[in-house]
Design a binder for this molecule. Structure first.
Ligand code: HEC
Ligand code: HEC
Ligand code: HEC
Length: 356
């Protein structure tokens, strides 16, 4: 409907309402009710679109996953509708936020984008999370380390302890899954607690790496998920890790949820592998030019289950390895991990040189 038609029908409505006298008093209430209905319909459409397209990065309840920003914050909710519309329509240049508008080569009509904007501004994230769960699209939660209160207290007693304690908490939640509970490194990410790192990288280097990530690796850009103070607290932690160790601060090693290695789980994983992974990682995971071999001792013995699950969930930005979170459930990813683990006893020592 064009704007002038809308104006005309509005005028018409007003004239009739005025003519009807008493009825005019009820008209505003009726119009509010109609607007409410339209808004509710937009929100339910928005929920379906969100569940299918946005969960993998922004989370089942808009909370933001790993380095991806939340949408449930007061800041985003309070953005102008126009700005939200433009962000979803055009994406954000040079970030993982793609352009979704049909005019920009995306998949959504203006109405659909409007529904998403309405959802973000006026929807209930609890309802979204419930619907996402119903569809089986809740992404796996990332593994986090635990910070025992007594360790936090120890850290807080050191000079600028508040910053250290905050850094430790952030590290446990966001970084430990890859870099190890105490910065010792893992099969998928380097150690961060070493004198070498402190000598090699200045505070400015560390800030830049955390903010911008290392493209083409699992190290994501964290600048949207962390504010400047939080990044500074992490840099303080990395700079002074030896002081923490000397003070006796040590986090418990991450207890990943044990992967079910039953024959049923392995078989389920094998089926998913044949559907989704074989074209790149090859038959029996021996690799192809599109993707490295996973079936070898070097990879399997050095990569804990939690790290394998993390890579499958997050993908490797800047490479062909897709992020499967939001498409596969936690159980699917565990089954894939079980399948890869089941190859270990017979895996060759090193990969044949087929990797891409
Ligand atoms: C592949 C990951 C990914 C997916 C999928 C994704 N986004 Fe984003 N989104 C991002 C990133 C990264 C940013 C931050 C971009 C930046 O740095 O400005 C972002 C930013 C946004 C913002 C602006 C937030 C702010 O604080 O300014 C909105 C709104 C948004 N996304 C909505 C959506 C909607 C709606 C969908 C689904 C249709 C979606 N996104 C899908 C990664 C994603
Ligand atoms: C999904 C896994 C993953 C997560 C989560 C992660 N990192 Fe990394 N990080 C990596 C990888 C892989 C590298 C190595 C990149 C490369 O090859 O240069 C890296 C590199 C780094 C480096 C540079 C190390 C060096 O020796 O040059 C720093 C500093 C760092 N990460 C800090 C962090 C912090 C702080 C967090 C949490 C906010 C974090 N990382 C979260 C995987 C991760
Ligand atoms: C389009 C091709 C492609 C598909 C499909 C794909 N991968 Fe990958 N995968 C890659 C590439 C390329 C890498 C190497 C990334 C890098 O350079 O770090 C990789 C890396 C990995 C790694 C880490 C290997 C290592 O040595 O660190 C694992 C684990 C993995 N993929 C599992 C899977 C699983 C499970 C699936 C199916 C659900 C899958 N991949 C589907 C291309 C693919």
């Amino acid at each position: 409907m064009t704007r002038s038609m809308t104006m005309l029908s509005l005028l018409g409505t007003l004239l009739i309402a005025a003519a009807l006298g008493l009825a005019a008093l009820r008209e505003p209430a009726r119009r509010v009710a109609a607007a409410e209905r339209i808004r509710a319909a937009a929100i339910s459409e928005g929920i379906e679109l969100y569940a299918q397209n946005c969960v993998a990065c922004h989370g089942a309840a808009g909370e933001g996953l790993a380095a991806y920003p939340p949408l449930n914050s007061a800041g985003v909710q309070g953005m102008e509708a126009d700005d939200l519309f433009r962000t979803i329509e055009r994406g954000r240049y040079n970030t993982a936020m793609a352009a979704y508008g049909a005019d920009e080569g995306g998949i959504f009509t203006d109405m659909q984008i409007t529904s998403l904007v309405t959802l973000i501004q006026a929807g209930s994230w609890d309802t979204v999370a419930a619907r996402v769960d119903e569809l089986g699209l809740t992404p796996p939660s990332l593994v986090a380390a635990e910070v025992p209160p007594e360790m936090l207290a120890l850290a807080a007693e050191l000079p600028s302890g508040e910053s250290l304690a905050s850094g430790l908490t952030l590290y446990a939640a966001h970084c430990a899954a890859c870099h190890g509970a105490n910065g010792e490194g893992s099969g998928i990410a380097p150690a961060l607690n070493t004198p070498d790192l402190r000598a090699r990288l200045t505070d400015a280097d560390l800030t830049r790496i955390i903010n911008q990530g290392v493209p083409g690796t699992l190290m994501a850009a964290w600048d949207r998920a962390l504010d400047d103070q939080q990044t500074a607290d992490l840099v303080t932690l990395l700079r002074r890790w030896d002081e923490l160790t000397a003070a006796g601060v040590e986090l418990p090693v991450i207890q990943a949820v044990p992967v079910d290695l039953s024959p049923e789980a392995v078989a389920a994983g094998q089926r998913l592998y044949a559907l989704l992974c074989v074209q790149c990682h090859g038959a029996q995971a021996f690799g192809t030019p599109l993707g490295p071999a996973l079936n070898n001792q070097t990879f399997l013995s050095q990569t804990p289950d939690s790290a394998i699950q993390q890579i499958i969930a997050l993908g490797v930005a800047g490479t062909k390895m897709p992020a499967w979170r939001g498409y596969l459930s936690e159980a699917d990813i565990a089954a894939l991990t079980a399948y890869l683990r089941s190859l270990e006893p017979t895996a060759p020592a090193v990969a044949a040189p087929t990797g891409g």
